[in-house]
Write a protein that binds this ligand. Structure first.
Ligand SMILES: [Mn+2]
Length: 388
């Protein structure tokens, strides 16, 4: 795409969904470091998300996590969000923090535990009904630690049974987003370890079941953009969970570890129609900001996605196609690298200015005084949900 106004229009219409848990205190299994001014409840998490949207203009949706964001009145939370210019995004289920789930949730050997897990997933669909959320996001920590611990295929059968029950409960405009993760907390087998397993289940369930690509959930060296291209081709790329990894599931700011990988992913997205509303790919962040200030970190993350998207939009598709058709390896690679090596920050500054925003959202937020205001106003912020 070389028409600058079309590039700008695409950048203005991109929506990036931010996670409620990115605003709360979080940490590793070793330590949670508390920060001043973090939200004390889901309502304040919405206020922080609204700050990100106010300074970036492209983050009007917030993912919730049940039970971390459990409230007595979801209609009130939804109204609060709407009053701040936001809407509720994906509802993230949690079947990994209960003693009963030691040996699994929906794949557990005991039917009673599977029932409890499936009931929680159905409860999450109730929350979708109450909040207007379009997406149910499922990630299962289920798996085994030792060879022989359980029957691999039987666990797939149990998983399939639970997914089918939940799928049938979904409304017309509601989707199921199935996430995969290579390992952790299970260390021998994981029941949904890769895109192929997730895709196979989604294919059996139906068109409302789609795959989530969490960029941190692959083995080192995995070609994530290939997975993205293939899922887009099959119409099954439901969403991203963007974050960065150096080692395992590090949940660092997207684009921090490997901005070139993020560009390659966004190139496949742009090239294969993934930015259009018809494709309905949800661009979510799934990150934790353990040692850095949270709202500024989310703003930087949103900007990093925008930069990768802008570079992908600048790829000269005609030149790339011509080079590819003529078998010119070096020329086709050069077309991609030219786009990647473009400094798109001035272009994004212009886009923001045209939207009535500051040219640099990170600096504009820091200058706004909000960090100091929330630090003074909020005492006793809550953890994102794990590790005491
Ligand atoms: Mn994730």
């Amino acid at each position: 795409m070389s028409d600058v106004s079309a590039v700008k229009a695409a950048l203005k219409s991109q929506v990036i969904e931010t996670p409620s848990w990115g605003y709360g205190n979080s940490g590793t299994r070793f330590k949670v470091f508390a920060q001043p001014g973090v939200p004390r409840d889901p309502f304040e998490k919405m206020e922080d998300a609204a700050q990100v949207h106010a300074f970036t203009g492209v983050a009007p949706k917030v993912s919730l996590h049940i039970p971390w964001d459990k409230v007595a009145d979801y209609a009130a939370l939804t109204r609060h969000a709407e009053g701040l210019g936001l809407r509720i995004g994906a509802i993230n289920s949690n079947v990994f923090q209960d003693d009963d789930f030691k040996l699994g949730s929906v794949t557990h050997p005991e039917a009673a535990v599977r029932r409890k897990a499936t009931d929680h997933l159905l409860e999450c669909v109730d929350v979708m009904d109450e909040t207007g959320s379009p997406d149910l996001k499922l990630w299962f920590s289920d798996g085994t630690n030792y060879p022989g611990q359980d029957d691999i295929v039987a666990r797939q059968d149990r998983l399939s049974e639970a997914l089918t029950e939940v799928y049938e409960r979904l409304g017309e405009d509601q989707r199921m987003l199935l996430e995969y993760k290579l390992f952790e907390p299970a260390f021998y087998t994981t029941d949904v370890p890769d895109w192929g397993t997730a895709y196979a289940h989604c294919l059996k369930l139906g068109p409302k079941a789609q795959v989530v690509v969490d960029t941190g959930h692959h083995a080192p060296g995995t070609n994530i953009e290939f997975i993205v291209a293939l899922l887009l081709r099959e119409g099954r790329l439901g969403a991203f969970d963007f974050n960065s990894r150096f080692y395992a599931d590090d949940d660092l700011m997207v684009g921090a570890a490997d901005p070139f990988q993020l560009f390659r992913i966004m190139h496949e997205v742009v090239k294969n129609g993934g930015l259009t509303s018809e494709t309905n790919v949800n661009f979510m962040l799934d990150q934790c900001h353990n040692i850095e200030a949270k709202i500024p970190a989310v703003i930087r993350s949103v900007a990093n996605v925008q930069e990768a998207t802008a570079k992908a939009l600048l790829v000269d598709g005609d030149a790339l196609g011509a080079a590819q058709r003529s078998g010119d390896v070096l020329a086709s690679n050069a077309v991609l690298m030219d786009a990647y090596n473009t400094d798109v920050r001035p272009l994004l500054a212009e886009v923001r200015e045209e939207q009535g925003l500051g040219r640099d959202p990170f600096a504009a937020y820091l200058a706004s005084g909000n960090q100091e205001r929330i630090a003074a106003a909020r005492v006793g912020g809550t953890q994102a949900g794990w590790g005491a």
